[in-house]
Design a binder for this molecule. Structure first.
Ligand code: UGA
Length: 449
């Protein structure tokens, strides 16, 4: 099939390349000429494992092309995916729908033939109804320009796999024709066994926000348990393993630490709560405010811990921060807990040096005043405290014995519960982790000692 993918950020660029991989002729559309130039030359402007190869392969074969022209997009295909972002609005918790609206406004006037526009963005419930009306109003083909809603569940770091082999497909449709077209687009995925759930617009929109709200709640649940563990001397990692064996609970997304960040979960739970408020059912999602608060408190806990370890103030303390991306296998620093903590400590006078395997350029651009190192070892040189804040595989395989000789004080805070405490302790380190008892050498000195 011929189809377009409008918006070429994390979601759109991945979707476009994966649709080409499924065998479609794809035209990617974006208003940003720099992004389009990069993609045209087969270069992904962000880090996502496996995407570079896919993009290069399909731009070379000609099956995947890019343009900045909506006119060209409308002439190219009758099926159009809208993959633009819905960031948090300036000054409120609600989602900013400027880009989602702009796609309909720019594309619809060119739709002279019957067409299907498929929204993939995470939007407040009720948006699809509104967009469908606007599409039919602005398109020369009128009601033959139809909308469908097909929310996306991909995770950064696994975006290609999640798109080619999703665990479910949700089709929000208003006609059998729209469903048939979606089934045709995803035919190879459906043949591979992925279940399809068809729904009305509000249900399809809500599936996405409910899924992200549930995931955020699960993480904040275990982080709330970490707070209780800290007050009682219990160990949250043992607790998580034990409750995770109950299949009704499940072990995944129960990793306590500095919490969730990124371009999705934080803004999605805020927008969801804000939308519920507008709908007069704010009480139903009031708990999401607490989910957000627990999440942000974990960042406070790390800065407090640094203070406790360093005699009350981080001023002048040398801190190595391992990790800048909001999660491993990504260079995305949006709402990154690691960088938020690094910036706060820097503002409190600490001498902070950050290292991340992929997110250095993005971090440096956004926070030029922080120190940056070219490797974990360089970041840790003479450090008084090491903070492990994004669980890259590279950090798990560090050699604690060799690094003990590099730092000023062998003292690490594992903010992701991902390091092997026994190895670090055996190599002479003081080991602190959120929600777990500290393992400290007897007679260990403070930062100044
Ligand atoms: C999330 C959802 O998982 C995807 O299903 C969804 O499609 C996507 O948002 C979206 O709305 O676009 P993503 O933001 O890529 O995906 O990242 P996650 O893997 O969900 O991780 C989110 C954050 O939670 C990260 O900062 C991660 O470090 C943190 N996390 C995750 C924990 O703190 N503990 C855990 O046990 C798991």
């Amino acid at each position: 099939m011929r189809l377009t993918v409008i918006g070429t950020g994390y979601l759109g660029a991945t979707h476009a390349a994966c649709m080409a991989e499924l065998g479609h002729e794809v035209l990617g559309v974006d208003v940003d000429p720099d992004k389009i130039a990069a993609l045209r030359s087969g270069r992904v402007p962000f880090y996502e494992p496996g995407l570079q190869e896919l993009l290069a392969r399909h731009t070379a074969s000609g099956r995947l092309r890019f343009t900045t022209s909506y006119e060209e997009a409308a002439a190219f295909a009758r099926v159009h995916f809208s993959c633009v972002g819905t960031p948090q609005s300036q000054g409120s918790d609600a989602a900013d729908l400027t880009y989602v609206d702009a796609v309909i406004d720019a594309l619809a006037p060119h739709l002279t033939e019957p067409s299907l526009v498929i929204g993939k963005s995470t939007v407040p419930v009720g948006t699809a109804d509104r967009l469908a009306a606007r599409l039919a109003e602005l398109a020369p083909s009128g009601a033959d320009a139809e909308l469908a809603w097909n929310p996306e569940f991909l995770r950064e770091g696994f975006a290609v796999r999640d798109t080619l082999r999703p665990d479910r497909l949700v089709f929000g449709v208003r006609s059998p024709g729209a469903e048939a077209l979606l089934r045709e687009v995803y035919a190879p995925v459906i043949v591979g066994g992925t279940p399809v759930i068809t729904a009305d617009f509000p249900t399809a929109e809500l599936v996405k926000t409910a899924a992200n709200a549930f995931l955020a709640t699960k993480i904040s649940f275990i982080n709330a348990m970490a707070e209780v563990c800290e007050a009682t001397g219990a160990d949250v990692s043992v607790l998580a393993t034990a409750i995770g064996h109950d299949e009704r609970i499940g072990a995944r997304f129960l990793r306590a630490g500095v919490g969730f960040g990124g371009g999705c979960l934080p803004k999605d739970i805020r927008a969801f709560a804000a939308r519920a408020q507008e709908l007069g059912t704010g009480h139903s999602l009031a708990f999401l405010r607490e989910v957000d608060a627990v999440n942000l408190r974990r960042r406070d806990r790390v800065t407090e811990l640094v203070r406790e370890l360093c005699g009350g103030t981080p001023a002048g303390v040398r801190i190595a921060v391992l990790g800048a991306a909001f999660k491993p296998d990504s260079d995305d620093i949006r709402d990154s807990p690691a960088l938020d903590i690094a910036v706060r400590l820097h503002e409190d006078g600490a001498d902070v040096t950050v290292y991340d395997p992929q997110a250095m350029d993005n971090a440096r651009k956004k926070h030029p005043l922080l120190g940056y190192a070219l490797s974990a070892t360089e970041a840790m040189a003479d450090a008084d405290v090491v903070l492990h804040l994004t669980e890259w595989e590279e950090f798990r395989s560090l050699d604690p014995a060799a690094l003990a000789a590099v730092v000023g004080h062998p003292r690490i805070v594992d903010g992701r519960g991902a390091l092997d405490a026994d190895r670090w302790v055996a190599a002479g380190w003081d080991f602190h982790a959120l929600g777990r008892p500290a393992r400290v050498r007897t007679g260990a000195s403070g930062c100044a000692g």
